[in-house]
Design a protein around this ligand. Structure first.
Ligand SMILES: [Zn+2]
Length: 419
């Protein structure tokens, strides 16, 4: 049986980088290389209902070991890696018995994982740290999660004495480009709750994420040849420039906020004289905050419409994802049993709200309450990405405990279990 480390090293060597410019699903065919391997491994373990969809979603079931009808739970991880850093030819480097201090990456010695920037390394002296060689990302986001789920499934199959209900394994593509749940059918998962294994370090349970909207501000002007432009040209670039200048500079931006504060963040601009567009992400933990951010954009647009009656200024808002807090509150066991599983493993749980979204935000919105659990990720999306084998092993222990805790539950209504 391959070890957790064997699995992780095999998965990160497979290039699964997502491509946001691709319209296909999965966005890159190479993601299917890992999906096919996972489906084959699930079959080799003897799991039930193993499936691989045309969009790369892999599902399988670890059959129940308890005689009663325990709730089905799902463990979810994504196979793709970020488009921000190359994932081609990943050469993982295993730093056994980490001696402490900065870690210089052998493939590019200008890249150094510094303790000053990674204070969590201080408590990991003596453990096994895994990095890339510095020329690519590592892909622990989220192959640490994939490896942890597969290793736990293997352990449960091997040791049938752990009492648990049915457990669905779900591996998705294209999470990094926001399409992780696009081809995911909640009914076919068939679970009462889900857990994404895609969290930072160790001991985290994330049951709150940002709520997110996309705003597109489009200015439509009038263009003609500049030689005859007098009294005719309405320059969309200049009007959009005025709009941007009115955005708050000392607040409400990702560069000036943290914790529970939301923001309005312009991230892309395109256009010319006839038409110009800026795209902004709106983020907040509260629905009311998101509404206020949208109202702010309208309040900037209104006087500009007055000042430029020949121009057209449109502000369109599209929902992206929602804070999972309310969805999880409907099934309190989703959070409570995760906290209990951590404590039983000897880890004091940390509940940190995520300043972003997860596949779990979308799954929760679709009706499957899905908190996020730590799986040993550090510095995701970067050549300085690293993971710790012992943190991944702790995540396996937590999942075994979680399986056993859910195995004691019944299908009864929400709010009965937990502690
Ligand atoms: Zn991830």
């Amino acid at each position: 049986m391959p070890t957790l480390l064997d699995r992780f090293l095999a998965y990160v060597r497979i290039d699964t980088q997502a491509d946001e410019h691709s319209q296909s699903s999965p966005s890159t065919a190479k993601q299917l290389d890992l999906c096919r391997l996972l489906a084959a491994e699930c079959r080799a373990l003897g799991l039930a209902d193993v499936s691989l969809s045309e969009h790369g979603v892999v599902m399988a079931t670890v059959p129940a070991t308890v005689p009663h009808a325990a709730p089905t739970i799902a463990w979810v991880a994504h196979v793709d890696t970020s488009p921000e850093t190359s994932g081609t030819n990943v050469q993982p480097v295993v730093h056994a018995h980490y001696a402490g201090g900065d870690i210089t990456l052998p493939g590019n010695t200008s890249r150094v994982i510094r303790v000053a920037d990674n204070p969590e390394l201080k408590s990991l002296v003596g453990s096994t740290i895994i990095t890339s060689d510095g020329t690519t990302l590592l892909g622990a986001d989220d192959k640490a999660g994939v490896a942890v789920i597969m290793a736990t499934a293997a352990r449960l199959v091997e040791r049938r004495e752990v009492p648990h209900g049915p457990i669905r394994l779900v591996f998705t593509c294209d999470e990094e480009i926001g399409r992780g749940t696009q081809h995911l059918d909640i009914a076919s998962i068939g679970a009462k709750v889900g857990y994404t294994l895609d969290g930072f370090g160790t001991g985290e349970v994330n049951a709150e994420t940002f709520s997110a909207d996309l705003a597109v501000v489009t200015v439509t002007g009038i263009n003609t040849h500049p030689s005859v432009g007098k009294g005719v040209i309405v320059n969309a670039i200049k009007i959009l420039g005025s709009f941007l200048d009115e955005l708050p500079k000392e607040s409400l931006s990702p560069e000036t906020t943290d914790g529970r504060d939301g923001f309005v963040h312009p991230y892309s601009i395109t256009g010319g004289v006839a038409s110009a567009e800026v795209r902004l992400i709106l983020r907040d933990f509260e629905e009311s905050g998101l509404k206020a951010h949208a109202a702010l954009l309208e309040s900037i647009a209104a006087p500009l419409r007055q000042a430029h009656p020949k121009a057209r200024i449109d502000v369109t808002i599209t929902q992206q994802y929602r804070n999972m807090r309310e969805g999880i509150a409907r099934e309190p066991r989703a959070l409570n049993l995760a906290l209990e599983a951590l404590r039983q493993t000897g880890i004091e749980p940390k509940q940190t709200p995520i300043r972003g979204g997860t596949d779990g935000s979308l799954l929760t919105l679709l009706g499957l309450p899905t908190p996020n659990l730590s799986t040993g990720e550090h510095n995701p999306h970067s050549p300085l990405e690293w993971t710790c084998l012992e943190e991944m092993e702790a995540a396996v222990e937590v999942l075994v405990k979680l399986a056993a805790l859910w195995g004691r539950e019944s299908l009864a209504a929400a709010g009965q279990g937990g502690s």
